[in-house]
Design a protein around this ligand. Structure first.
Ligand code: BF8
Ligand code: SF4
Length: 646
């Protein structure tokens, strides 16, 4: 295993070498040990939903082409796909529900360490959710909003309120196909019911529910989570930060916060900066306290406070390997169980904090919203204690990238339009005049099957070179940060049109929007672009796309499906997409779904080819909008256009 083949991040390469020398294994080693992996599973052709199975389907082989119950390949692939979308939607939405619970407790005065940081957003979100605001006290509004938000998860009637933010024609398309998302819980429960043995066995019907369920995530659970977090913790505005393992400091007490929910990490970060605890750390012999994030909780903290990011998903074991992490606290999602083994070789204290996510043999410190700051302080003190037991060599790679992050939908509005005329007009105008060809969301995970960070960053380089503005979230955002792509200086890599716009506005060509639940910000940005005018009347008319070439989680599939169902092209890696290419399910997801919902999936392993494919799609949308006429003559000759026809 050559570290250079595993990752394009020099810090990760360095740590992989050191960990191998120390006899410590990582996800890359375990992938090798698991190889070759089951082809049936990779293509969605394995069913173990009932106890007559597991059944594995071989298409075209009589007798082997159906499961014991008679289910065919399309039913099984579609069921697996829907189950994955439902699990992904449940993860984002349960996060959103947790935020809503704390929000309501805050409004009732039962969570005194939380408050309202963005009053304007409280009022605008209340309005959206049908909560009266005139002449009312903030906390009274917040109570009603909290109740209303919680109701969105389980209400017996009606559809998601947030989905009403989509353009009118989009809502009409959903209504016509009967996929407008109802209560979040209902869509997820129904997904499990439909895919139980012997229920929904029409792949199209199953896939329609995949759209409904994913939309309940994007325009429901995730969006509620993002909006309420912004109200409580502040809507992100551009802030500078540092990203990669080099953010740890040998002389400091180092705390890694890993997972997804800012409810706890906000408190740990706040506690770590109190003079009282800094003094305790100094008394223990440290120079200070460093808090650094891993995975999406990192994005949340970086976006709101400039707190450094240690790495993305594949960096979690490597962070422990530095020997510099005194305490790692984890909450939910994307946490490797192997951490419990890795910490054994170091002094690192590992703790779990969510009732929903324990690790065997790991101390659990319960996150209680009623005394959140106290829990935060307790965790920092545990880190100081662990620091005193530090043993062995500390090796912190020097590498770290600088980044400017925090481009919420509101910030983009403000940056582009200015203080007195906040609007998307300049973005739309620059798309119409062709300086910016379109906008692409590059999002999602890092998977050891793909060279770490490479899929995202190669794709992004190729897109900005083609004058396509990129917005990013999740582990892809962290990958960009390590390589300097989130800095204004990255305009050097952009095409002339995009560079001109970025220079004028003072923004990087790759805008960091936050964590994976914050993909809902991209939906809002798309809706705003439509509302601003000149680019058609629906998201499906926009020259936009989404991409994730390193996906691992079910959450990523839910995100992909809600972008497709919202009208966008979404490109994933071919080798990672769990659908047999020769199936009717693939034909629907890659082609036919476009006739129903205006978006579609595509697969491509090669980042440059993926960029070509996306660019061709964007130019086709521009042609359809009639905004390509003059610019074609200026920027594209026939040779260029032929190359784009993929
Ligand atoms: O929610 S990008 S590996 S960390 S799933 Fe996980 Fe994927 Fe990273 Fe954040 Ni999102
Ligand atoms: Fe096999 Fe059908 Fe049971 Fe799936 S549901 S395991 S295909 S018998």
């Amino acid at each position: 295993m050559d570290p250079k083949e595993c990752s394009c991040d020099p810090a990760a390469q360095d740590m992989l070498r050191r960990m191998a020398d120390a006899g410590l294994t990582t996800a890359w080693d375990r992938l090798e040990a698991q190889s070759p992996q089951c082809k049936f599973g990779k293509q969605g052709l394995c069913c173990r939903i009932c106890n007559m199975g597991p059944c594995r389907i071989i298409i075209g082989k009589p007798g082997k082409d159906r499961g014991v119950c008679g289910a065919d390949a399309d039913t099984i692939i579609a069921r697996n796909f829907l189950r994955a979308v439902a699990a992904g939607a449940s993860a984002h939405s349960d996060h959103g529900r947790g935020v809503a619970h704390t929000f309501l407790a805050m409004a009732r005065g039962e969570a005194p360490d939380y408050g309202i940081k963005d009053r304007a957003k409280l009022l605008s979100t209340a309005k959206l959710m049908g909560v009266a605001t005139d002449g009312r006290d903030d906390m009274a509004i917040a109570q009603d909003l909290g109740e209303q938000a919680l109701a969105e998860f389980g209400k017996p009637h009606g559809t998601q309120r947030m989905a009403e933010r989509a353009p009118g024609p989009r809502q009409g398309t959903w209504k016509k196909l009967n996929v407008t998302p109802r209560a979040v819980d209902r869509e997820i429960v129904e997904a499990l019911h439909r895919t139980h043995m012997g229920v929904d066995q029409d792949y199209l019907s199953i896939l329609h529910h995949a759209s409904r369920c994913a939309l309940a995530d994007g325009w429901g659970g995730s969006m509620i989570g993002t909006e309420l977090q912004d109200i409580m913790f502040g809507t992100p505005v551009p802030v500078r930060g540092e990203i990669n393992l080099g953010v740890f400091k040998e002389a400091d007490v180092n705390i890694a916060v890993h997972g997804h929910e800012p409810l706890l990490s906000e408190m740990v970060a706040a506690a770590a900066s109190t003079p009282e605890l800094v003094a305790e750390a100094k008394k223990a012999g440290a120079a200070g306290i460093t808090v650094a994030g891993i995975c999406c909780t990192a994005n949340e903290l970086l976006m709101r406070h400039g707190i450094p990011v240690a790495g993305n998903f594949l960096s979690q074991e490597l962070a422990i390997g530095t020997g510099a992490v005194d305490l790692m606290c984890v909450d939910v999602q994307c946490i490797m169980q192997s951490l419990t083994e890795t910490v054994k070789a170091f002094h690192t204290k590992l703790i779990t904090t969510s009732e929903k996510a324990r690790l065997p043999g790991v101390e659990h410190v319960v996150m209680d919203e009623a005394r959140a700051m106290e829990v935060g302080r307790q965790i920092v003190r545990m880190a100081i204690e662990a620091y005193q037991g530090r043993k062995g060599e500390v090796h912190i790679p020097k590498d770290k990238g600088e980044a400017v992050v925090g481009f919420s939908h509101e910030t983009i509005n403000y940056m582009l339009g200015g203080r007195f005329r906040q609007s998307y007009r300049p973005l739309n105008d620059n798309i119409i005049n062709g300086r910016i060809r379109g906008v692409v969301g590059v999002v999602g995970c890092t998977n050891p099957k793909i060279k770490h960070d490479w899929g995202h960053t190669e794709l992004i380089r190729e897109l900005i070179r083609r004058d396509i503005l990129v917005v990013t979230t999740g582990c892809a955002q962290i990958a960009c940060g390590k390589q300097g792509l989130l800095m204004p200086e990255a305009i050097e890599l952009a095409g002339p049109g995009l560079r001109e716009v970025c220079e004028a506005v003072g923004m990087p060509p790759v805008l960091a929007l936050g964590s994976c639940v914050d993909n809902s910000r991209i939906l809002i940005a798309c809706a705003e672009m439509v509302r601003e005018g000149g680019l058609g009347d629906d998201i499906s008319a926009l020259p936009v796309a989404g991409a994730c070439l390193e996906h691992i989680t079910e959450k990523a599939l839910s995100i992909g499906q809600y972008f497709v169902a919202s009208g966008a092209l979404v490109v994933f890696s071919e080798q990672l997409f769990p659908v047999l290419k020769e199936s009717n399910v693939a034909k629907y997801l890659f082609e036919e779904i476009e006739n129903e919902l205006g978006g579609k999936w595509a697969v491509q392993d090669d980042p440059v080819k993926a960029a070509e494919l996306i660019h061709a799609h964007i130019e086709a949308k521009r042609d359809a909008l009639g905004i390509n006429r003059e610019v074609q003559r200026k920027l594209y000759d026939m040779e260029d256009r032929r190359k784009l026809e993929v």
